[in-house]
Ligand binder design. Structure first.
Ligand code: BG6
Ligand code: MG
Length: 215
């Protein structure tokens, strides 16, 4: 049986993935760059600057590194404006029940997110004290699909990677979990990812025994 569950944040714990989309869309519209929900799928799990590079593939305009930093900062300002209204009700369906069930079974829980806004978000939704470890975009050099964030989370929990399960809504996150030699569970937008070993539309119907079984 697995000993720890590492949760992605945006799109797994909380609906902030929609805010990321809205903030990038606003920036892209202002810069006259084509951007849609399909391109947005590629940004899931990916760091802010890498996301910007993906968006800029749709324009012939060239930006200096400093301009790119400014664009990323502008997007983050729009995003943080949207985060102001974030609260406990934005926690996605089924999440609180899963966290309770895992706590009851004494399974360790962690966050493994590429987001540098993780601390702010966890506070706003009232989940800043519940996780045994939180590893986020401020602590890593390489974002998903690199396994770094999940390996650091396992280390912080004191659990070997093979005994960890990752819950993800991004293909990049599923890749990162597998690269870390962890079991990958796909929810939401990643539910058609056949590389994951358990796929669900959301966490309301999760079977905790199936989540924790080895393999
Ligand atoms: C991930 C999101 O959790 O965090 C990505 O899925 C986002 O869409 C990344 O780009 C970085 O987020 P932030 O908050 O540091 O800009
Ligand atoms: Mg996500």
């Amino acid at each position: 049986m697995k000993e720890a569950v590492i949760f992605d944040l945006d799109g797994v714990i909380v609906s902030t993935d929609e805010y990321h989309y809205k903030a990038w869309k606003k920036l892209a519209d202002e810069e006259d760059i084509y951007f849609d929900t399909q391109i947005n799928q590629k940004l899931r799990g990916v760091s802010r600057l890498e996301s910007l590079e993906i968006i800029l593939k749709k324009t012939n305009k060239t930006y200096t590194e400093e301009e790119k930093e400014n664009l990323a900062q502008r997007k983050n300002n729009y995003y943080r404006e949207l985060l102001k209204s974030l609260n406990h009700e934005d926690i996605l369906p089924g999440v609180l029940n899963v966290l309770d069930a895992l706590k009851e079974k004494r399974i360790k829980i962690a966050i493994g997110s590429s987001s540098k806004n993780t601390g702010t978000i966890l506070k706003k939704i009232g989940l800043d004290k519940i996780f045994n470890a939180v590893v986020d975009g401020n602590q890593i050099k390489n974002s998903k699909p690199d396994p770094e964030v999940f390996l650091l989370a396992a280390k912080a929990l004191g659990v070997e990677p093979l005994k960890c399960v990752v819950i993800e809504d991004a293909d990049a996150g599923i890749k990162a979990a597998l690269a870390a030699e962890m079991k990958a569970v796909a929810v939401g937008d990643a539910q058609s990812n056949m590389n994951s070993s358990y796929r669900l539309s959301d966490l309301t119907k999760i079977d905790i025994n199936k989540l924790l079984e080895d393999g």
